[in-house]
Design a protein around this ligand. Sequence first.
Ligand code: SF4
Length: 380
Amino acid sequence: MKTPPTLGVYVQAPFCQTKCTYCNFHTGVFSRDLYRPYVDAVCQEIRESAELRGLAVDTVYLGGGTPSLLDPSDLARILDTIRATHACGLQEVTLEADPETITREKAGAWCAAGIGRISMGVQSFCDVELRAAGRMHRRADIYNANEILRGAGIANISMDLIAGLPHQTRASWELSLKELLALRPEHISIYLLEVDEGSRLGREILASGARYGASAVPSEDEMAEFYELACERLAKKKYEHYEISNWAQRGRASKHNLKYWRREPYLGFGAGAHSFDGARRWANLHDPAAYTAVMQRGASVREQEETVTAKQALEEELFLGLRELAGIDLARIEKQYSADLTPRVRKLIEDGLIEREGERIRLSPARLTISNEAFVELLG
Ligand code: SF4
């Protein structure tokens, strides 16, 4: 018997202390006076949302921005509102937290509110890289935060590193990997820095300037080498590489993020949050002040809504599903969408981008850094 779907809830806190040089997200530095009215608006949106009420919420992800900047009582209020409006069998409640924002008081309050997983934005263990990236924390803050979280009883910590930061070298990358692994987080994400003109760093690179370390950004080849080194080192420490950018100890894969790659339903609340109910996708207004004002007026905060066509759904199955290293069931997808993907897949197998095992296809582990090529070919 098929298990009934469960629901993931994402809450966006688009507030940051400073804007990182590489960031192109719809987040920013806002007056703290906005935090409480914004949380009121989020709670109102949760209460008034009529979608997917029949599904039990099993994962909540409080992301940002830097949601750890919010008062813990406001985070608790958001979680209480979710519990009061939906049936809940919470298995995973994640909070994104920057190291320098983590205090003993906050960590205790997060645990009491039911937050059991912290995703810590580590990025690098090298101060020169953190400084160039515009991060507020330094290496010492990471150790301090880790000790506080473990002391408070948080048993599920995710840490991320960015490959490609200005001033990063093979030696400094090896050092960051070594220090990260020594802390034994349950989950690790490794991102390749994507710089575009939406960020200060990207604009500086385009202008051939040197501010923010723009002239010291590693090449794409170096980044690929850093990523491959990470794959090797993490495998040696028995982390399972389960998604292009994610590794986990046994049983610690992110339950919430798996829903995105598997096209399972999720509701997003807050400014810029996205939702998917299985058939439609929608997104909220991006600006937190505008979002709050519109909620206060009792109007709709949605700025985009679309019904996913069969063609889009098929593309999502491939594009999202192949991010998981376990791959996808080609026979199921071909049957479900009445599609013949075999000729395209055959070419990708010949080119070494994809591997086939029975009915499953997956990205070739050795070619993950050029996965975009496989996606472009497959989505044809
Ligand atoms: S990278 Fe994260 S912390 Fe930095 S400005 Fe962007 S959202 Fe904020």
